[in-house]
Design a binder for this molecule. Structure first.
Ligand code: BYC
Ligand code: FE
Ligand code: FE
Length: 482
């Protein structure tokens, strides 16, 4: 019998969905594979395609021991199709079909909606790889370089996950969408990626860490909502993706944590009390905390945009149809239909930011965003603990949700990070105090000198507390020239 916990590595495409006996889908995926490899070689990590990278590969979907570690050349990584095991008798757990058996096939009436959700999710995955493709060249250590590449190959696998759903369940238009996913390019003027944040540059390692903290965390929230889906194959796919997502957020959280740790240690050693004495802190070759705050303001606000408009009929339709739930849907104690419920939404009323009761159904994006903000807040408090322990007097704060927005209720409003409304001219004058300026970027770029000696770290970042796979400090995570 086929063991759905373990991954079949005998086929060209590792999987636990019995592709071997699903000839049509296997053929479609095998047809898509060469284009994917071309895309990876063109748009994946630049300059390291022949290096040996100490990567984990999924060998099972059992949360205990699903990964094995080994040196792999990235184009030879075994990208696979891995779904969490099917739960017996799973139901649609919300919306107008609540209580019906979960769907194993696409309900005809929801085909277009579902395809759109899957395509949007799929589009972000290769986009992030494209955004990060030059970072290997300025990695602060082999450990960090390896983590970057691990994140990249797993985002590649997330693309596979969505392409499998498109090809298996959406016939010809699914195959067309799968091809389009390889054609769009992050930041391209004619053929950009679908969502705003995925067309922004990731110019340096602090941005990379902020991205994996804030933007991959949007991934977590969206995947949690899609894991609730009544369309069972989507739910199972997202459940396994979430186990990988945890590492991406670990990379972001510890990356920023190590950066501020190093900054604070250097300040203490040099006897600098004032965190706002930017010039003196920078002279130590570390990133001053106000600049870390500005980077955070940027990446948090860009990531908030990924939740869509606060009030959205799309979100209500996805929910009613049983396609996309709330964060932790099955643990929430209510009717899971939301026909009469209301939710407090931040809106502009007479030029002021005001909390207004709105129907919960149309406010689902706002609700998910609130859950996200809370999750971010906890992580930022862990960073603040690091600062506090060193004795430096400084706190990082999430900016107001109205700050620097391009989607939704506040897209035409300028505010300070604390949410005070500004006119256009004042905003223009203050912008560089709130968001990274050209000069801030130049300074950070000047620190981005590669360190490729095993066990060594760039001066602006502290070493990690522990190695990957319990490897010792001197471990050569990437054999660059082989
Ligand atoms: N940029 O009704 P609205 C991840 C469009 S990240 C550009 O408010 P809705 C990852 C919208 O499409 C997770 N356009 O939006 C992280 C709509 O267009 P139409 C990715 C935007 O639909 C790191 C119109 O504006 N997954 O996995 O309620 C590394 C009106 O919008 C944006 C998902 O997002 C934007 N930011 O909500 C790697 C899950 N926002 O219909 C990976 C699937 C909105 O007028 N997606 N628009 O043509 C969704 O659930 C929803 O599509 C959204 C938007 C939450 C994104
Ligand atoms: Fe992903
Ligand atoms: Fe991710």
């Amino acid at each position: 019998m086929l063991d759905l916990m373990n991954v079949d590595y005998t086929t060209k495409i590792p999987n636990n969905v019995d592709l071997a006996s699903d000839r049509q889908v296997l053929k479609a995926l095998e047809g898509w594979h060469p284009g994917y490899i071309d895309w990876w070689k063109d748009m994946g990590p630049d300059g390291f395609q022949d290096s040996l990278v100490y990567l984990r590969t999924a060998v099972s979907v059992d949360p205990k021991g699903w990964a094995k570690f080994d040196y792999v050349k990235m184009p030879e990584y075994r990208w696979g199709v891995l779904l969490a095991p099917q739960e017996a008798d799973r139901k649609v757990n919300f919306g107008q079909h609540m209580g019906e058996p979960a769907w194993q096939e696409v309900p005809g009436e929801y085909r277009a909606m579902l395809r759109r959700l899957i395509v949007i999710q799929g589009d972000t995955e290769p986009a992030s790889v494209e955004q990060q493709r030059f970072l290997g060249k300025t990695a602060p250590s082999l450990y960090d370089m390896r983590n970057l590449f691990q994140v990249n190959v797993e985002e590649g696998r997330h693309l596979w996950a969505m392409v499998y759903l498109l090809q298996k369940y959406f016939g010809r238009d699914g195959r067309e969408e799968a091809d389009e996913l390889l054609r769009r390019r992050s930041g391209d003027a004619d053929s950009p990626r679908m969502l705003g944040a995925f067309n922004e540059a990731t110019p340096d390692w602090l941005s990379f860490f902020m991205f994996t903290f804030f933007t991959d965390r949007d991934g977590k929230m969206q995947l949690e909502s899609l894991a609730q889906s009544g369309f069972d194959p989507l739910s199972r796919t997202c459940r396994f993706m979430l186990t990988e997502e945890a590492h991406h957020m670990f990379v972001g959280e510890t990356g920023v944590g190590r950066t501020i740790q190093r900054t604070c240690e250097a300040m203490i050693a040099a006897g600098i009390d004032d965190p706002n004495d930017v010039a003196r802190v920078r002279a130590l070759g570390v990133i001053d905390l106000p600049t870390v705050q500005k980077k955070m303001n940027l990446h948090y606000s860009l990531s908030l945009d990924l939740f869509g408009s606060e009030i959205s009929t799309n979100a209500a339709n996805f929910y009613n149809a049983g396609l996309k739930g709330r964060f932790g849907e099955t643990k929430i104690d209510d009717d899971h239909r939301l026909t009469d419920a209301t939710y407090k939404v931040a809106k502009m009323v007479n030029g002021e930011i005001t909390m207004v009761d709105e129907p919960s159904l149309t406010a689902l994006n706002m609700r998910l965003r609130d859950d996200y903000t809370l999750d971010c807040f906890k992580g930022v408090e862990r960073w603040n603990k690091i600062i506090e322990k060193t004795g430096v007097k400084f706190r990082l704060e999430l900016p107001h949700t109205a700050f620097h927005r391009h989607i939704g209720e506040f897209k035409h409003t300028h505010t300070t990070p604390s949410g005070i409304i500004l006119d256009e001219a004042t905003w223009a004058g203050q912008r560089d105090n709130y968001l990274p300026s050209g000069a801030d970027g130049d300074f950070i770029t000047s620190l981005m000198q590669p360190v490729t000696e095993p066990g060594a770290y760039a001066g602006w970042i502290a070493p990690p507390k522990m190695g990957i796979d319990n490897k010792p400090g001197e471990f050569e995570y990437v054999q660059i020239h082989v």
